[in-house]
Design a protein around this ligand. Sequence first.
Ligand SMILES: Nc1ncnc2c1ncn2[C@@H]1O[C@H](COP(=O)(O)OP(=O)(O)OP(=O)(O)O)[C@@H](O)[C@H]1O
Length: 240
Amino acid sequence: MLATSALELHAVDAYYGDSHVLQGVSIRLGQGRLLGLLGRNGAGKTTCMNVTVGLLPPRRGGVLVFGEEVAKLPPEQIARRGVALVPQGRRVFRSLTVRENLVVAARKPMSGGASPWTLDTVYAMFPRLEERKVQAAAYLSGGEQQMLAIGRALMSNPRVLLMDEPSEGLAPQIVADVMATIRKLKASGLSIVLVEQNPKLVFDVADDIVILNTGRVAVAETTDKVEHGGMDLSQHLGVF
Ligand SMILES: Nc1ncnc2c1ncn2[C@@H]1O[C@H](COP(=O)(O)OP(=O)(O)OP(=O)(O)O)[C@@H](O)[C@H]1O
């Protein structure tokens, strides 16, 4: 029998108004694994994140967090169960200081979770944030804002971390830093979904890959199979 998944979307149908955006989407994230969620612009990746955190309740289907059904719960209740989102575009609180951004997100870990993240451990991971702790987030560079968005999610001591295009708009060296951070988080045992446009970035860190194409799962395989299995990915991802 399979071990309980960290996260499972089961036959999810989701709509924006009349627009049927996710059509029977099933995704399984194993505990301690990193799943790369790929797909072209508009494929439905962010919508999967919104469904998972309760911002867009699915019309049909289930969302299970460590085996517990959460699809009908409000976002706050889902966050309490240990799901944190690093949203696309960072969305830090621009008028708050770095420290305030982190403190407002603090939450005790669920019992049995990994060792707790605190201001000190977040600053140890991102020394740059400590250097800039009294600055308003609006004055941070894009890379620093991404560190802050990740640090803020960690302050909630999640069991499942969702990252929506964390490399977007960043210079290559900063992207490399973000990917190194993601590797460390995976090594700490966190279960992670990494949404990306760039398959090469994902192939480097992911255990498993799901590719969405116009709201449906087109591919769900191990990274090794996707990368070396001779699949034709161009129909789902374009040229890369
Ligand atoms: N708030 C909304 N209202 C109506 N339609 C939306 C809304 N947000 C997204 N959509 C539509 O839903 C579909 C899926 O969008 P989604 O943002 O999930 O895609 P994505 O794969 O994350 O793409 P991107 O890489 O551009 O972020 C698209 O057709 C998009 O136009």
